[in-house]
Design a binder for this molecule. Structure first.
Ligand code: SAM
Ligand code: DTB
Ligand code: SF4
Length: 364
């Protein structure tokens, strides 16, 4: 298997992003198959354990206290509430629970102790546990690791250049520092970003440079399309087109071959065909459940139907990278629609087998 390349320039990444689409898809899909089973998709469930009232000013976020959004704010959930939700997620096919808190940073004390207990509890259910709690010290990362945390999500969100236009209450370097603290523990790193926030293509490339340059590269990279929420400064932003999402996923896959690329926020706006192209381009993870943190997501039934159609299967937990496999066409994949319906024309009904008889007669 090829070496992972950590040195990338924005120009090189832009050149990949802007390739003719068929070339880009072919290259991304080829790399994807070398490193992953193309029919497996990791499924995570988000759980907002503390919602809203955040002191930060992230321009995209409905949970920032300073914006007047319509979300229901909630204090920290109890451990038993979290356990009940995690069990539901497991039953619906998720292998990972990602707990999000609307905090700027983690503070040592009873609330952090409660989160550690949540981590221990979900871990006992044989599920991967992820947290996204804001900035973290090295010691806090180690305590989370001891409790059994599998992944920590901390997004770079955009390029270093554009970051200050989106968030003023912390800096891009603060994000890198927290990711560094997570890396000092044995917790895996989940870090990605958002497209559709008014950034230029060079900012998308800049974000991917920052992620791909990390050594090791993040084990997972969520690619979110902005969910424009009424009340936030980005409420009126145009939705990103599916083509941009496909290009971003494919480019991420090419520059980070072993990473799990998560098709994250924004799926309610995407057709199944669009999502299928994202999976082909190398996305191999989704958030499942009808709610992300505060905004809607496709419901589990719809996603499972899409998986069935595409012949995709949820990935089992605790595989640090999925293994490549030879792909064999299964009967169910060849005949996804089951029996053919009757072939009808106004005033005329004919069964397929009758047609066969008719045509063999015609041949004499
Ligand atoms: N407060 C913590 C932090 O900022 O790291 C954790 C929770 S925060 C909601 C996690 C991530 O959700 C953000 O970094 C951002 O990438 C994503 N996010 C938030 N609002 C979003 C939106 N409206 N559309 C897309 N992604 C969003
Ligand atoms: C990530 O990259 N996306 C998730 C998760 N990590 C925490 C969050 C998406 C949030 C979308 C807006 C909302 O539902 O509040
Ligand atoms: Fe707070 Fe996180 Fe939302 Fe920023 S993204 S406002 S830090 S919850």
């Amino acid at each position: 298997m090829s070496e992972i390349r950590h040195k990338w320039s924005r120009q090189e990444i832009l050149a990949i992003y802007n390739k003719p689409l068929m070339e880009l898809l072919y290259e991304a899909a080829t790399i994807h198959r070398l490193h992953h089973d193309p029919n497996k998709v990791q499924v995570s469930t988000l759980l907002s354990i503390k919602t809203g009232g955040c002191p930060e000013d992230c321009g995209y976020c409905p949970q920032a206290a300073r914006y007047h959004t319509d979300i229901e704010t909630n204090d920290l959930m109890t451990v038993s509430q979290v356990k009940a939700q995690a069990l539901r997620a497991k039953q619906s096919g998720s292998s990972r629970v990602c707990m999000g808190a609307a905090w700027r940073n983690v503070k040592d004390g009873p609330e952090f102790d409660q989160v550690l207990e949540m981590v221990r509890t979900i871990n006992k259910l044989d599920m991967e546990v992820c947290c996204t709690l804001g900035m973290l010290t090295e010691n806090q990362a180690k305590r989370l690791a001891e409790a059994g945390l599998y992944a920590y999500n901390h997004n770079l969100d955009t390029s270093e250049d554009y970051y200050k236009d989106v968030i003023s209450t912390r800096a891009f370097n603060d994000r890198l520092e927290t990711i560094g603290n997570v890396r000092k523990s044995n917790v895996t790193v989940c870090s990605g970003g958002i497209i559709g926030m008014g950034e230029r293509l060079v900012d998308r490339a800049g974000m991917l440079v920052a992620l791909a340059t990390l050594a090791p590269q993040p084990e997972s990279v969520p690619i979110n399309a902005l969910v424009a929420v009424e009340g936030t400064p980005m409420a009126d932003f145009e939705p990103v087109s599916i083509w941009e999402m496909i290009r971003m996923v494919a480019t991420t896959r090419i520059v980070m071959p072993e990473t799990q690329v998560r098709l994250s926020a924004g799926r309610t706006q995407m057709s199944r065909e669009g999502q299928a192209m994202c999976f082909f381009a190398g996305a191999n993870s989704i958030f499942s459940g009808d709610k992300l943190l505060t905004t809607p997501n496709p419901d589990v039934g719809e996603d499972m139907q899409m998986f069935k159609f595409l012949g995709l299967q949820p990935q089992e937990p605790f595989l640090k990278g999925s293994q490549p496999k030879t792909v064999e066409a299964k009967d169910s994949q060849l005949k996804p629609l089951g029996e053919r319906p009757k072939w009808t024309r106004p005033g005329h009904t004919i069964q397929r087998n009758e047609m066969a008889k008719t045509s063999s007669k015609a041949k004499g």
